[in-house]
Design a protein around this ligand. Structure first.
Ligand code: GLU
Length: 293
C-alpha cells in the first residue's frame, strides 16, 4: 500500500509555528516512506474562510520548502458529496434535527439532576434534548432538513455496527494520556463521553467531522498526521468510517507547539505567524529549529 498523508488547514487566519510543525512532520514522513504528501483546504466555514488566507497558506508552505500535487482539494467544492452522505445516514434513521443553541445545551446539561456537565471533543456532551423530542417521529419519510443542525444518534449508530473490531484505531503518535498503539473504545464510552455530535451545522451543510472522514477516504489517506487536540475526535471519525464503509487510516497525533506561557497557539496568535518570521528575515531552517525538528 502506498503511503499517503496530508496537511489540512482552514483558511481562517495565518499559519503559525504549530501549523508549520504539523505540515513538516507530515511532509517528512511522506518523504521517508517514499509516499505522497497532499494538501487540503478545509474551508467549509464560509463565514470565516478567506481567499487571501488560502493564498497565504500556499505561499508559506512553498517558502517552507514543501511541495504537493495539484489541484488541491477544497472542501467548498465537495458540498454535494457531504450532502449525499448525510442523506444515507438520515435514511438509516441515524440523524435527527437539533434546534438547541449553546445556551440551551449548557442549561440542560447543568440541570441539578445531571451533575456537572461532561466535556467531549466538541464541548459539553449533548444532553439529548432534540433526540428525545424526535423519538416518536419517522424522520426517514422526509428529506433531511438543510436549514437545521443535524446530530448523529451515537448510541443507535454504535448499535448499527456489528463488528466490535471496528471500534479501534492504530495510534502511531500519542494521545493526551499517552495512548499509543491500538486504541480501543466501547459504544458505552462513545454515548457517555462523546454524545450526539453535530454532523451538519446550520447553514453549512456539513461539519468538520463528516467532511474530514469523507475527504481522507477520497484522497486515499493512509496516515493522518495532526495535533493531539484532535485525538479525542478520532473516535467519532472511526465510527463514521464504519458507518459509511470507509477505510480507517493510521493516526499520528503529535504534540502541540505552545507559547511561552504554555498555551497552545491559536489562529489569532499573529505573533507566531510564519509570515511574521519571514518578514523578519528568518529562514525555513530557523522555523524547523524553532519547532524542534
Ligand atoms: N482543519 C483542521 C485545523 O485546521 C485540521 C483537521 C485535521 O487535520 O483533521 O485544525
Amino acid at each position: 500500500m502506498t503511503f499517503v498523508t496530508r496537511f489540512a488547514p482552514s483558511p481562517t487566519g495565518p499559519l503559525h509555528l504549530g501549523h508549520a510543525y504539523s505540515a513538516m512532520i507530515a511532509s517528512d514522513m511522506a518523504r521517508s516512506e517514499n509516499g505522497q504528501f497532499l494538501l487540503r483546504i478545509e474551508d467549509i466555514d464560509q463565514s470565516r474562510s478567506r481567499r487571501h488566507w488560502e493564498d497565504q497558506i500556499y505561499d508559506d508552505l512553498k517558502w517552507l520548502g514543501l511541495t504537493w500535487p495539484k489541484p488541491v482539494l477544497r472542501q467548498s467544492d465537495r458540498l454535494s458529496i457531504y450532502d449525499r452522505a448525510l442523506d444515507r445516514l438520515w435514511k438509516r434513521g441515524l440523524l435527527y434535527p437539533c434546534v438547541c443553541n449553546r445556551k440551551d445545551i449548557a442549561a440542560a446539561a447543568s440541570a441539578p439532576q445531571e451533575g456537572a456537565p461532561l466535556l467531549g471533543p466538541d464541548g459539553i456532551v449533548y444532553p439529548g434534548t432534540c433526540r428525545n423530542a424526535n423519538q416518536a417521529k419517522d424522520l426517514s419519510r422526509i428529506h433531511h432538513p438543510r436549514n437545521q443542525a443535524l446530530r448523529l444518534d451515537v448510541a443507535k449508530a454504535c448499535r448499527a455496527i456489528r463488528d466490535p473490531a471496528k471500534f479501534q484505531f492504530s495510534e502511531l503518535g500519542s494521545g493526551p494520556d499517552g495512548e499509543t498503539g491500538t486504541v480501543t473504545f466501547t459504544p458505552d464510552e462513545m454515548a457517555t463521553n462523546i454524545g450526539d455530535v453535530v454532523l451538519s451545522r446550520r447553514d453549512m451543510g456539513t461539519s468538520y467531522h463528516l467532511s474530514v472522514v469523507l475527504d481522507d477516504a477520497a484522497q486515499g489517506i493512509t496516515r493522518v498526521v495532526r495535533g493531539r487536540d484532535l485525538f479525542e475526535a478520532t473516535r467519532i471519525h472511526v465510527l463514521l468510517q464504519a458507518l459509511l464503509n470507509l477505510p480507517t487510516p493510521e493516526y499520528f497525533h503529535h504534540d502541540l507547539i505552545r507559547d511561552d506561557a504554555g498555551k497552545r497557539l491559536a489562529k489569532r496568535d499573529d505573533a507566531r505567524a510564519i509570515s511574521k518570521y519571514r518578514a523578519e528575515g528568518a529562514s525555513p531552517a530557523d522555523i524547523r529549529h524553532m519547532v524542534g525538528l
